[in-house]
Design a protein around this ligand. Structure first.
Ligand SMILES: [Zn+2]
Ligand SMILES: [Zn+2]
Length: 331
């Protein structure tokens, strides 16, 4: 089968590899759609120290089970998405329902082969069934995008209904879905973008749009109680200024992991700011998010779709400043 393989740090090759048949507790899945994420670039560039080489890149996919191990509860024909990791489901964290903190978890596209391939062999413990009324386009972005926001919001600011939330980088693959998810949860949403062109795109999903990097002043009367930041260091100080006292900053993006932000703790303490990171989700988060998505309130925004053979072009498109929404890969 065709697969995008990271041979060594920075070296990606689309090449022919054998299909690995599933063990008793695994599934062989025919990939219907995969999607591209900033994390793919960071993994390719070597920011993930647990990566083994060679490894198939990609951690977002929806597919159809074609062969199910005898110890699994799946059958051929089931449509599934995968968590970003395989948990053991036996350690103390897993038993408490925190399989995302599993002590022995292995990451797809890290220690395990990922999903930019025609078929993927995954642990049944990573698989979550997709409701029949959910499109592939929405399903594929659930574990790493919408469920990630869903869990992060639950942890940082559980009662967003009728409160005002700011989403930074709101036209990006994460941002534009964060805006819609927060609307579906009943929040009033301000979308921050870098250009007028992007403002036109996010306008129809949000209540207010702010353009440019100095947005705190523009929204100081809005009582922003939660900021969902998809950017990182570039927006950090503006976020600290923009958040209301007692509010939360949910950090889900980090476009430049080599940079850092020196912060005076006084500004966090005196405003009672809750600063929350969020890296992963559980099966339950994915299921709950899919229920919300099945209500029809979230439209997947796909900026581009590339065939598997052209995955490198898709990855390069992440740098395209005018890009809006997610980039899909079709095997
Ligand atoms: Zn991702
Ligand atoms: Zn575990």
């Amino acid at each position: 089968m065709l697969a995008a393989v990271v041979k060594e740090r920075g070296k990606l090759e689309v090449t022919d590899v054998p299909i690995r048949s599933p063990n008793n507790d695994e599934l062989l899945v025919k990939v219907r759609k995969a999607s591209i994420c900033y994390r793919d670039l960071l993994q390719l560039e070597g920011y993930y120290p647990r990566m083994k080489y060679p490894v198939i890149l990609g951690h977002e996919m929806v597919g159809e089970v074609v062969k199910a191990g005898s110890m699994t509860n799946f059958t051929p024909g089931d449509r599934v998405v995968s968590l970003l990791y395989a948990p053991d489901m036996t350690c103390d964290k897993c038993k408490l329902g925190f399989e995302n903190y599993c002590r022995n978890k292995l990451g797809y596209s890290e220690e395990l082969d990922g999903f930019f391939s025609e078929y993927a062999t995954i642990s049944a413990k990573s698989a979550v069934r997709v409701p029949t009324n959910l499109t592939d386009e929405l399903a594929v972005i659930t574990p790493c995008v919408t469920a990630m926001i869903y869990r992060g919001v639950k942890r940082s600011s559980p009662n967003v209904k009728d409160s005002t939330v700011l989403v930074t980088g709101a036209a990006g693959g994460v941002g534009i879905h964060a805006v819609q998810l927060l609307k579906a949860l009943g929040a009033r949403v301000i979308a921050q973008v870098r250009s007028e062109e992007k403002a036109r795109v996010v306008k129809r999903f949000s209540d207010l749009v702010v353009v440019g990097e100095k947005y705190a002043e523009q929204i100081k009367k809005e009582d922003v109680t939660l900021i969902v930041d998809t950017v990182g260091v570039q927006t950090f100080f503006e976020n600290v200024k923009a958040i209301s006292a007692g509010g939360s900053i949910l950090q889900v993006g980090n476009l430049d992991p080599s940079s850092s932000a020196p912060i005076r703790f006084g500004s966090l303490i005196l405003k009672d700011i809750k600063f929350v990171g969020n890296a992963s989700v559980t099966s339950a988060d994915v299921r709950e998010t899919m229920e919300l998505e099945a209500s029809g309130k979230i439209t997947p925004i796909i900026g581009e779709e590339v065939p598997l053979a052209n995955v490198k072009e898709g990855l390069n498109s992440l740098h395209e400043p005018s890009r809006v929404g997610k980039i899909l890969v079709t095997p």
